[in-house]
Design a protein around this ligand. Structure first.
Ligand SMILES: *Cc1c(COP(=O)(O)O)cnc(C)c1O
Ligand SMILES: [Zn+2]
Length: 401
């Protein structure tokens, strides 16, 4: 029903092979025989979840699952008005079991690890991947090893990785260093690598596209806006929409629009310079730690997704990210971590630049939950007002400016 295929030289590998990149170095894709998949809207009834779309997932065994996916798609009219649009939605991926979209990739990836008979799972992470791998490893009963950039991981994410029993290694280096090390470790020890270079993770994440189309009544929005770090998610969501179009379930594919922080923006630079490949950034820096990545592994796939779909890429500053995070929180009641807010910050900037048209229907993906990074929240919000335990003090404080 499916195989792995190199996006560069088109060499094929059977689905039983444990391999992450082609012998030529190219990224791999999971390719299905779409002529054998007959799927109609009537086959897709019942509650939303990753496994609702099983017919388009490369798994035959019982999944390792915590009921991931099925996240809300909120209409956000106050944000829309504030940026000057009419039709804006937020797909809040922070509502997954561990608080980020990584769970969609891990339910499929960890299930695949069991299918392949792997005994240990591993990843490098800016935080959320490690939290998710620790949780799904625990669910599967398989040990997990995670490599984190020392001192640069939001506390909530670290807490999850620790409590769920992963072996947590803090690397004196950045995410890109940690990824290089874990790839080497997996090759040497036969651990199963669950970073987004693993094409099965992206298969799980493409269900974001399936759910958005499903929630909009089997229609694609005009545009998708999302944060880009390693660029797996933008690639996965694009693949999801393309598959729905191939199967005749939707008529069009949205313009894929990637947002990066100014201090970590190799994909934006490549799009603006019309370059065939990115130039890695050796010192990525941003408050949005989840996208603090200088050498995105999926950059080649992401550049294709952005260009083929007629989308674009843009940078936002840390200040713009924090402002967007606060707006989402107090205008709409949606709590997200900084990286996630870059989608809203990017939306505002692209409307101001006239790149996003005022009649477009736009879905912004908010990738992770507010509580992942409460240290950051406490650093940008006013402190609680401490007062004596008297009604006079309470009243004075309530009505103070
Ligand atoms: C992983 C992550 C991203 C980046 O996704 P990529 O697939 O690496 O581009 C963005 N936001 C959050 C909250 C994440 O956890
Ligand atoms: Zn190849």
């Amino acid at each position: 029903m499916y195989h792995l295929e190199c996006i560069e030289c088109h060499k094929k590998y059977p689905e039983t092979k444990v391999i992450y990149t082609c012998t030529c170095g190219g990224l791999l894709d999971v390719v299905y025989d779409y002529s054998r998949i007959h799927l109609t809207k009537n086959d897709l009834t019942g509650p939303l979840s990753v496994w609702k779309y099983r017919a388009l997932l490369p798994i035959s065994r019982e999944p390792v699952s915590l009921d991931e996916g099925g996240t809300p798609l909120y209409r956000v009219d106050r944000i829309a008005k504030s940026v000057g649009l009419k039709d804006v939605y937020v797909k809040h991926e922070g509502m997954n079991p561990t608080g980020s979209f990584k769970d969609r990739g891990m339910t499929v990836g960890v299930t695949k690890a069991l299918e392949l008979g792997m005994k240990t799972v591993a990843c490098a992470s800016t935080g959320n991947t490690s939290a998710s791998l620790a949780v799904y490893g625990a669910r599967a009963g398989v040990p997990a090893v995670v490599l984190l950039p020392s001192g640069k991981v939001a506390l909530g994410k670290l807490a999850q990785a620790l409590m769920h029993g992963a072996k947590v290694l803090s690397i004196r280096g950045n995410f890109d260093d940690a990824l290089k090390l874990v790839r080497d470790l997996c090759d040497r020890e036969g651990f199963y690598l669950l970073n987004s270079v693993n094409p099965y993770r992206l298969e799980g994440q493409k269900t974001i596209a399936f759910e958005i189309a499903d929630q909009l009544g089997w229609q694609a929005p005009d545009r998708l806006v999302l944060p880009v770090g390693n660029a797996g998610n933008i690639t996965a969501i694009y693949k999801g929409f393309k598959e729905l179009k191939n199967l005749g379930l939707i008529d069009s594919v949205p313009m894929m629009t990637g947002i990066q922080a100014e201090g970590a923006s190799p994909i934006v630079a490549a799009i603006k310079n019309n370059a065939a490949a990115i130039t890695p950034d050796s010192h990525p820096e941003t408050v949005a730690t989840a996208i603090r990545i200088g050498n995105p592994v999926n950059s080649i796939k992401a550049l294709i997704a952005i260009r083929e779909s007629g989308g674009t890429a843009e940078t936002v500053t840390d200040d713009e990210i924090i402002r967007a995070q606060q707006e989402l929180a107090y205008l709409e009641g949606i709590g997200v971590e900084p990286a996630s807010a870059s989608s809203i910050a990017g939306l505002r900037k692209l409307v101001e630049l006239g790149v996003i048209g005022t009649d477009e229907k736009v879905v912004c993906v908010t990738t992770g939950h507010l509580l992942k990074d409460s240290e950051h929240v406490l650093s940008v919000c006013p402190k609680p007002i401490e007062i004596d335990a008297t009604i006079e003090a309470v009243r004075a404080a309530v009505f103070s400016k």
